[in-house]
Write a protein that binds this ligand. Sequence first.
Ligand code: SF4
Ligand code: SF4
Length: 437
Amino acid sequence: MKYSQFNSIIPYENKYALYNSFENKVLFLEHDLKELLLAGKNEGIDELENIHPSFYKYLLENEFLVPNNRDEANNLREIAKEVDEEKSIYQLTINPTMNCNFKCWYCYEDHIKASRLKSTMVIKVNKFITKKLQDEDLKYFHLGLFGGEPLLYFKKNVIPIIDHLKSESERFDKAFGINFTSNGYLVNQDFVDYFHGHGLTCNLQITLDGYREEHDKVRYVSKTKGSYFEIVNNIKLLIRNNFFVRLRINYTSENLTDTFKIIDDFSDVDLKYIQQNLLVDYHRVWQDEAVDGIDVILNKNMEIIKSKGFKVTGTFSANNVLESCYADKRNSAVINYNGDLYKCTARDFSKESRSGYIDSEGDLKWDDGYVEKRMNSKLHNKPCLTCRLMPVCNGGCSQHAMENLGNEEGYCVYSFDESEKDKVIYAKVRDILETAI
Ligand code: SF4
Ligand code: SF4
């Protein structure tokens, strides 16, 4: 037997947590047992069977110890492939416009004022939807509306696509779901009424850039008018009407401290709506990424929010294999307002970066070899192959992998910093304990 490459041991509340990232299992160890295990790891793990048979048996049964001939990295690669090649789901993302009613400093998108889906493009997209829904393997079609701000021209550019998706899904007996990545400012009663009137609902991801003043410094309508209160009120409208909202808090080292106060602005909402329909999701603005101690403040804020009955999650609890990004999957596409194709929504949508286009018959014409290249890009990065975190980190995503193709030395999304990896483990252990309650 061998000690699994996916094991980690971290200090955890006066004990040690032995965590296996493949099994997503944790075992808490007293100091002596931890030392025994480490001695076994260094001097030959089979010795442990003689010294502490019941401990050895437990480790074996829970796959902290695995057969010598198991290729753990390859097993993982196969699972990741299965997930990314899943045929029963299609994830289509549309940018109805690249225009936006705000201008945030970190936004990577050019706000192209005149950009919006033309009716000819709506026809092409709808043809694509109809074709996809006829696919026998397909069970679920997911439509994501991104942008720019996808609610800017909601009635003219988005409703015709949703109406089409609904009627065609019924015709071909497929399930479907809709979500918006929106700044939330333009949500209103009409939006709610449209969905309810059609027997539909949708999920929204809406972002706040910190608590009141901090947010208003970034997202404002004019020099004297911010947007915090309007957005919070719109989120309340949504969750009271059974729309699920992922409230993404974009944090930086500057704005993180006061963010726990945001939930006090929801104190007039019945806790049942909060618990059913709201998830607070902390996300670090990637331009601000640095290896530092900011996670201590993050954890403190998350604890406060949780203690008030809210659901909350943070960047550190990654699950990038089993819940890989849509861009990692073969069955996904991003169609820009002008018909250009992409996979990832976190980079620019320039003409030069496009990877294909949708043709007049609604067929997606990917550039030669592009999809295969992307599908094969992950899990080849050398440092990942021996990394204890690989089953949850996955080397980041296919975008990271694509941007590092040809990088012989390899890369690490945690800057090869073992203490950063430990933070991920810590979050995983905490998640396991919370779901066990
Ligand atoms: S950067 Fe990675 S995780 Fe983000 S959208 Fe692109 S592929 Fe997905
Ligand atoms: S990117 Fe870094 S942390 Fe992630 S699997 Fe690779 S080496 Fe490990």
